[in-house]
Design a protein around this ligand. Structure first.
Ligand code: GLN
Length: 450
């Protein structure tokens, strides 16, 4: 049924980069056989999932939305890919994304833009926009994403679905094409909080192949999503995330969500996190710095594309030609920003300063969580914007992640749940919790999702 739905609507939505019908049906048959032979299978066995094209897959191409990886077949499965297979989920295909997960709209994909199913002239968010659109368009009940600065929560918010960034280190990065290694966090998309919790539980947990993976039990997210109550919980409204730049419809839906929390028995207070305003500029030094280092591996020798290797050019010339042709403009911008911020003489002033800001943001979170159990804000300042509107304006594009970036810089878990419509377009409520308190965002999210 999902393959038929993809065939019917993906020509317009463009959520998927690769779908291999025979491969999907073979996976489904294999799950049936496991079941018939009496294998113990989890609650998601046989359920289809759309998989972001940033996770390596042995049997399907993996491009990370980039020309430079065109034609590359990974020799191994990402840990999360393997865990999806072990749990019996059926991978429907790989979803579109901004190149190397850099963006907020999927317009930076080398393979065309994904369209928001609510209004095909608008963006589905990004970078995991193919994954959000696939679930919102009923092409898949579940999908995977990665969130480095908001790439799960922002697309979830603007397509009216649930998206979760787990605690950093709670989900494995092994086999995830790296963008900014100290920030990259895989997580689930679904149409309900409980569905997201089931997928979270299926693929999270310690992985010895990832040196930053946390060796602790997965927080009880499914139990928390089933519990779905907020009575007696202290909820902090982040004071700094309101006012100028927030669409009136977004502010109105957010205010209603806060009233709903109160009516369900939560104690709501305003909390100040004074350094959150510096999160965006700090992120745009740290993320490009890490990216400039991570992307050095695309040297025309090891992966995919190779340009100009005709026997007359040096390895260095071939590398330069390949990177010039294989990377898109936003990726090149990030490599230049990061290389500059890390260069000697500037390192202390830019990268070093940004790391200090990161510590201050962490302290804001710590002191906030001495007063409240969770923090809430709008997920994004605006609803889905028109395709093309911000494509040539990187600063406007970067603002989409204003509210999501603090939790990436510190590793805290956060969820986006739908909280109604503004002018017919979905609005998201963000709920943030202390590190390893992932169950809390599911508990509160399930109580207020609409
Ligand atoms: N939009 C942000 C960026 O372009 C975040 C992307 C992400 O979370 N992968 O860097």
């Amino acid at each position: 049924a999902h393959l038929d739905r993809i065939a019917a609507v993906d020509g317009q939505v463009n959520a998927f980069l690769h779908v291999d019908r025979d491969n999907v049906l073979a996976q489904a048959r294999a799950v049936d056989e496991r079941r018939a032979s009496g294998a113990a299978l989890g609650p998601l066995a046989g359920v289809p999932v759309a998989h972001k094209d940033v996770f390596t897959t042995r049997d399907l191409p993996t491009t990370a939305g980039s020309r430079i990886l065109e034609g590359w077949r990974p020799p191994y499965d990402a840990t999360i890919t393997r865990r999806l297979r072990d749990a019996g989920l059926v991978i429907l295909g790989k979803t579109n994304m901004d190149e190397f997960a850099m963006g907020s709209s999927t317009e930076n994909s080398a393979f065309g833009t994904t369209h928001n199913p609510w209004d095909l002239t608008r963006v589905p968010g990004g970078s995991s926009g193919g994954s959000s659109a696939a679930v919102a368009a009923y092409e898949a009940p579940l999908s995977t994403g990665t969130d480095t600065g908001g790439s799960i929560r922002q697309p979830a918010a603007v397509t009216g679905i649930v998206g979760v960034k787990p605690t950093y280190g709670g989900s494995s990065r092994y086999g995830v094409i790296a963008f900014a290694s100290s920030l990259d966090t895989p997580g689930p998309f679904a149409r309900t909080v409980l569905d997201a919790a089931l997928l979270h539980e299926a693929f999270s947990g310690h992985d010895e192949m990832d040196s930053t993976s946390i060796d602790r039990p997965v927080p009880p997210v499914v139990e928390a999503a089933r519990r779905a109550d907020v009575a007696g919980l202290r909820v902090g409204v982040v004071k700094e995330f309101a006012g100028d730049g927030y669409e009136p419809g977004v502010s109105a839906r957010f205010a209603e969500a806060v009233e709903l929390l109160e009516s369900l028995g939560a104690k709501v207070v305003e909390v100040s996190c004074p350094h959150f305003s510096y999160a965006l500029p700090a992120y745009y030094l740290i993320a490009p710095s890490e990216a400039s280092s991570n992307l050095a591996r695309f040297d025309a020798m090891r992966y995919g594309l190779r340009v100009g290797d005709d026997g007359t050019r040096s390895a260095e010339e071939v590398m330069a030609l390949t990177r010039a042709e294989g990377f898109g403009p936003e990726v090149k911008r990030r490599i230049m920003l990061g290389t500059y911020a890390l260069s000697s003489g500037y390192y202390d002033a830019y990268y070093g300063k940004a790391q200090q800001v990161r510590t201050l943001i962490n302290r804001d979170f710590e002191s906030a969580f001495e007063q409240v159990d969770v923090l809430v804000s709008p997920t994004t300042p605006t609803t889905a914007f028109p395709i093309g509107e911000r494509a040539d304006d990187p600063m406007a594009m970067y603002l989409a992640d204003l509210c999501t970036i603090p939790s990436n810089l510190t590793g805290n878990p956060a969820i986006s749940v739908p909280c109604g419509l503004a002018d017919g377009l979905p609005v998201g409520l963000q709920i943030m919790a202390p590190v390893l308190g992932d169950d809390r965002v599911y508990r509160v999210g399930a109580a207020v999702e609409r």
